[in-house]
Design a protein around this ligand. Structure first.
Ligand code: J2J
Length: 539
């Protein structure tokens, strides 16, 4: 198995420890300490669950023992694809306790993505729910096992059929490791949005991630009396850590798992559970504001709404206080590390017009031109960063690492930003070719690759186009091989490729050629930029 690692230079690692950022705490310590301090407090609320911290700990330990009883060994990777159930937490804390490595997949992912994660991470097991929203994950698991036999065990939350039922796990605590995981080692693999090809795997250590979570909890004003609503898919980095349900667990607060982020589902939960804080992507924030105008539910317990994942425009941001009667906290983060927040007591103009400033005084931010030369203060440039919780490398991907990191270890975020005199970042756009569709990052190259597999497609270029609701949507320019098929046929065919639905192009435009007259080589990036211009011109 290829070892998982995330290595910072010795002097910086020593500095991060000395500063108290890296405390030598593991995910298991986190839950254990919380359960010791707050054992009778309500930890998690799910569809049919209300567990105290003591119960969550007990369930996590049972889960850990169950995973090990299957024959999994500490260090093995386990793809986790679960909706927002209370069991999401007992599964992942169980994996942490067993020193197994969760690989976080989204419920929207399908065969193509899961096979990629399983292969790339060398996963030995796969945890799913039985069925959700009309989709049967057990059927998917059968296909995954057929393609990747190394995924030996499938564990199902719900009706297991021929697989292992999560509910059947029994506590044989003698199986649990007697020594703790090494907090400086990789705890889990997060998935990158990715701008080139398939998603990359992001190794995060206990030390680095828990630092960002602990300080996020402070920045978002969480206390043991807070109630955090997990509205976005729990596998996303944002609801996981900014400050997310992990931030809530850090301070002994209550986590409510919402099965869907829609106001219909979330407003009654807010009213019933007294939710004080949650996080949304911009399109959902718009939807919530609209729904709040004539809801019968009392959502007045909501104190803080985090919005991030994509740019929240100032006009919309300005409406939050009035329409939802709570404080807006903008968050600009990434699964690779750096997270910026507006602070709760910031003046209105910073909250509305900026995407915040970094968590840590030791987050190093560089804003540079295309030659990596720093731009003048206040000018627009590419954002590079390194720091105590930003990765130095992706897992097992030399080509991506060469592209994504500078020689001195800065991560190239791909975002184009400027810094205000107060030191706050404003996201102006991005340099890389991904489409940010309602916070879901879609790689143009990955979608093009799928399109090129269609027999009637000669060439394809995928670009983003502005959308009032989604922020951006995808448009595929296609040069057909002969008579053009209909756009709906291409879309239907894409759906059959077993990819996440959000990657199917929203719009398809057939063209005879890309009308690029430049002599010689033109990069796909320049091509996409030219096509995007053409689309905007036509609008
Ligand atoms: C503009 N673009 C933003 C924002 C992210 C907290 C919040 C979000 C994420 C996330 C996260 C943006 N305005 N407010 O992990 O912990 C775009 C940028 C960024 C990319 C990262 C968190 N907030 N973005 O969205 O890994 O382009 O993380 O580089 O999914 O989302 O995407 P992701």
């Amino acid at each position: 198995m290829i070892p998982l690692q995330q290595v910072w230079p010795d002097d910086l690692a020593a500095h991060y420890r000395e500063k108290g950022y890296w405390r030598g705490e593991t995910f298991s310590d986190l839950l254990r300490n919380c359960a010791a301090d707050q054992s009778d407090r309500l930890a998690v609320v799910g569809e049919d669950a209300r567990w105290t911290y003591a119960e969550l700990l007990e369930r996590a330990e049972t889960a850990a023992a169950g995973f090990l009883a299957l024959g999994l060994k500490p260090g093995d990777r386990v793809v986790v694809q679960l909706p927002n159930l209370a069991e999401f937490l007992s599964v992942v804390f169980g994996l942490f306790r067993a020193q197994l490595i969760p690989v976080y997949a989204l419920p929207a992912h399908r065969l193509t993505e899961i096979v990629h994660f399983a292969r790339k991470s060398e996963a030995a097991a796969y945890v799913i729910a039985d069925r959700r929203e009309g989709f049967d994950y057990r059927a998917l698991a059968r296909q995954v096992q057929a393609e990747v036999p190394a995924v030996r065990d499938v564990v199902v939350v719900g009706e297991a059929e021929e697989f292992v039922a999560f509910d059947s796990f029994r506590a044989d605590l003698s199986l649990l490791p007697t020594t703790d995981a090494d907090p400086s080692k990789v705890a889990f693999l997060q998935i990158s949005g990715g701008s080139t090809g398939l998603s990359k795997l992001i190794p995060r250590t206990h030390d680095d991630y828990l630092y960002s979570v602990r300080d996020s909890a402070v920045i978002s004003g969480l206390s043991a009396d807070s109630v955090y609503l997990t509205a976005l898919p729990a596998a996303h980095n944002f609801p996981m850590s900014s400050p997310g349900y992990l931030g809530a667990i850090c301070v002994g607060a209550t986590v409510v798992m919402a099965p869907s982020p829609s106001p219909d589902v979330c407003f009654p939960l807010i009213a019933r559970e007294g939710v004080t804080i949650t996080g949304l992507v911009p399109p959902l924030a718009l939807l919530w504001m609209q729904a709040a105008a004539n809801t019968a539910h009392d959502i007045s317990s909501l104190e803080v709404l985090l919005v991030g994942g994509a740019k929240f425009l100032p006009e919309a941001a300005r409406r939050v206080r009035r329409e939802l009667n709570c404080t807006l906290q903008q968050v600009f983060g990434m699964a690779e590390g750096l997270v910026n927040y507006t602070r709760l007591d910031d003046p209105e103009h910073l909250i509305v017009e900026t995407q915040g400033r970094p968590i840590s005084p030791d987050d190093e931010v560089r804003i540079v031109d295309d030659q990596d030369v720093p731009v003048a203060e206040g000018e627009i440039g590419n954002l590079l960063t390194r720091g105590p919780y930003t990765i130095r490398a992706y897992h097992n991907d030399d080509a991506a690492n060469a592209r994504s990191f500078t020689d001195d270890g800065f991560y190239r975020t791909g975002d184009v930003v400027r810094r205000t005199p107060e030191g706050y970042l404003v996201v102006m756009g991005r340099a890389t070719d991904h489409i940010n569709r309602a916070g879901e990052k879609i790689s143009a190259e990955e979608v093009e690759d799928h399109l090129l597999a269609h027999p009637a497609v000669f060439d394809a270029a995928v670009v983003s186009t502005p959308d009032d609701y989604l922020g951006e949507r995808t448009c595929a320019f296609i040069i057909p091989n002969g008579p053009a098929p209909r756009g709906v046929e291409i879309k239907a065919w894409m759906r059959k490729r077993d990819i996440a639905e959000f990657k199917v192009p929203d719009q398809i435009v057939f063209v005879e050629d890309f009308a690029i007259t430049a002599v010689g080589k033109i990069s796909r990036r320049e091509l996409r930029a030219a096509l995007r211009q053409r689309l905007l011109g036509a609008a």
